[in-house]
Design a protein around this ligand. Structure first.
Ligand code: ZN
Length: 324
């Protein structure tokens, strides 16, 4: 298993380790999500968006919204209506918050190191799989951080840059078959119909083009330990949490070959530790482990999750399968 670098899970790092300012932004986002969930009716979906099987089972509720789990592949998905998810992201107060100078400046301050790490990793991987890493055409999905957009535009590997489904700019669609890298960091979790995204990516990419994305993995340790009590899980914001098996099946079905699946996240256990009171009532082993394991044993456990591809933050690289 390749692990290019280590860093904290981006979502939790900001809020738990870097103080009140981020926490205040997140609290506001959480309020908006809670309010939206309270005023909208869910819809049982039944069919797994990852493996396509009709094998869903209710696993927990969050803010009154059911999350379904696929018996076949272990992916999780929210029982919500497609149109409501569109309405959620179109909310004026959410857009205004995320577009505000303060939100953007704060994000740049707290995430710059991680963005630089990702772009260094991406340049290295592009060279490995494309044979060069200059002048590449990049399409970036769902990026809501000006600081990250600016860094990608000025990265050594980037020749032309387009955004899709971004808060910050209108959609730009390059010609089919012309794109070297489709980038979708922290994007798939919002989707209710991920097949549409993969079909579009397949169409845009050149013959050897790369699809580079991250997922919040539904088989991750903190996701399955905290379930409906996970303060970081927002219905309508986080609708699709594929398992590793599920995303592999989806990629295969949509015409991609998986090149790398790494889980550089290092925060699963810390996140469960900081939410110990939200563990399941009968989860005696985890409680015992948290209370009595040595710091070394805890660090070993997190390293095990990371090395074995079991952390809840995963980065993937795939490429189009060659058509016969
Ligand atoms: Zn499935």
């Amino acid at each position: 298993m390749l692990t290019a670098f280590s860093y904290y899970d981006p979502e939790e790092e900001n809020r738990i380790q870097q103080g009140m300012k981020n926490t205040a932004f997140f609290e506001r986002e959480r309020e908006i999500a809670h309010g939206f969930a309270a005023s909208h009716q869910g819809l049982w979906r039944g069919t797994c968006p990852a493996c396509g099987q009709e094998a869903a089972w209710p696993i927990f509720e969050r803010d009154g919204v059911a999350y379904e789990r696929c018996r076949e592949c272990g992916s999780l998905f929210a029982a919500v209506k497609d149109a409501d998810v569109v309405a959620y992201f179109a909310q004026e107060d959410l857009r205004a918050l995320r577009c505000s100078d303060e939100y953007q400046e704060n994000s740049t301050e707290s995430r710059s190191r991680r963005w630089d790490d990702i772009l260094a990793w991406l340049g290295f991987r592009a060279f490995r799989y494309l044979g060069h890493n200059e002048g590449l055409s990049v399409v970036d999905y769902g990026n809501r951080w000006q600081g990250f957009v600016g860094r990608i535009r000025s990265a050594n590997f980037c020749g032309s840059y387009f955004t899709r489904d971004s808060l910050l700019a209108g959609d730009e669609r390059p010609a089919a078959g012309s794109v070297d890298i489709v980038l979708a960091m922290n994007y798939l979790e919002r989707l209710t119909q991920p097949e549409q995204f993969f079909a579009e990516a397949e169409e845009l990419l050149s013959a050897k083009g790369l699809l580079v994305f991250s997922i919040k993995a539904g088989n991750g340790f903190d996701i399955l330990k905290l379930r409906g009590n996970n303060p970081n899980l927002l219905p309508y914001e986080h609708n699709f949490l594929p398992s590793r098996v599920g995303i592999e099946k989806l990629l295969e079905r949509m015409g991609f070959e998986l090149l790398e699946y790494t889980t550089p996240g290092t925060f699963d256990l810390n996140y469960v530790i900081s939410n110990e009171d939200k563990l399941g009532e009968h989860d005696y082993f985890t409680r015992y482990f948290l209370d009595h394991a040595t710091p070394n044993a805890k660090a070993e456990f997190q390293r095990f999750l990371q090395r074995s591809g079991m952390s809840s933050y995963a980065q993937l690289i795939a490429r189009k399968k060659v058509r016969p």
